[in-house]
Ligand binder design. Structure first.
Ligand SMILES: CC(C)(COP(=O)(O)OP(=O)(O)OC[C@H]1O[C@@H](n2cnc3c(N)ncnc32)[C@H](O)[C@@H]1OP(=O)(O)O)[C@@H](O)C(=O)NCCC(=O)NCCS
Length: 142
């Protein structure tokens, strides 16, 4: 008989949530005390900047030149990010248009002393546009 079969449902421990397997790990970073807000949690704007950096990794490989962030849709922070968390940024392409690429970036925290358990802290769709020397949109090479 397995341990779960003999354990009351209320006492069963759920397996730790895993990181997504259908996305590429594009950035890992540990926030520092300098990145905190007045509550002692990590400042949302700092997380957004990391998402912009992480999101640019796959588009950079495709565009192979200058690009600019044109849009971000939408940040929701349901769980705080804390000093000492290991943040992992996972990305996948959702659309490649004529001049733009959109990626879906998911951010997970492994809490201090709970490494291996991934808590999703936010997600955003970020769109990057390939630009020429004058800063105008240009076609993405195929
Ligand atoms: C990025 C920029 C060059 C685009 O020029 P533009 O004339 O506005 O672009 P267009 O309307 O021709 O659209 C270009 C592409 O962006 C996409 N795009 C434009 N606005 C968008 C939006 N709100 N959401 C998603 N995609 C958008 C278009 O669909 C198009 O993609 P496609 O060719 O793959 O279909 C220009 O807006 C710019 O310089 N913005 C400032 C960028 C910047 O400084 N970013 C950092 C902010 S701090």
């Amino acid at each position: 008989m397995s341990a779960n079969a003999s354990t009351p449902a209320a006492h069963r421990v759920a397996p730790p949530p895993a990181a997504p397997s259908d996305k590429e790990l594009v950035l890992k970073v540990i926030p520092m005390p300098a990145d905190t807000n007045g509550n002692g949690d990590i400042f949302g704007g700092w997380v957004m900047a990391q998402v912009d950096l992480a999101g640019s990794v796959i588009p950079a490989r495709v565009i192979r030149g200058r690009m600019a962030t044109v849009a971000v849709k939408e940040f929701v922070f349901k769980q705080p990010v804390r000093v000492g968390d290991i943040l992992s940024f996972y990305s996948s392409v959702t659309r490649i248009g004529r001049t733009s690429i959109t990626v879906d970036v998911e951010v997970f925290a492994e809490r201090f002393r709970s490494q291996g358990e991934f808590v999703k802290v936010t997600e955003a769709l970020v769109t990057y546009v390939a630009i020429d020397d004058d800063g105008k949109p240009k076609e993405i090479p195929r």
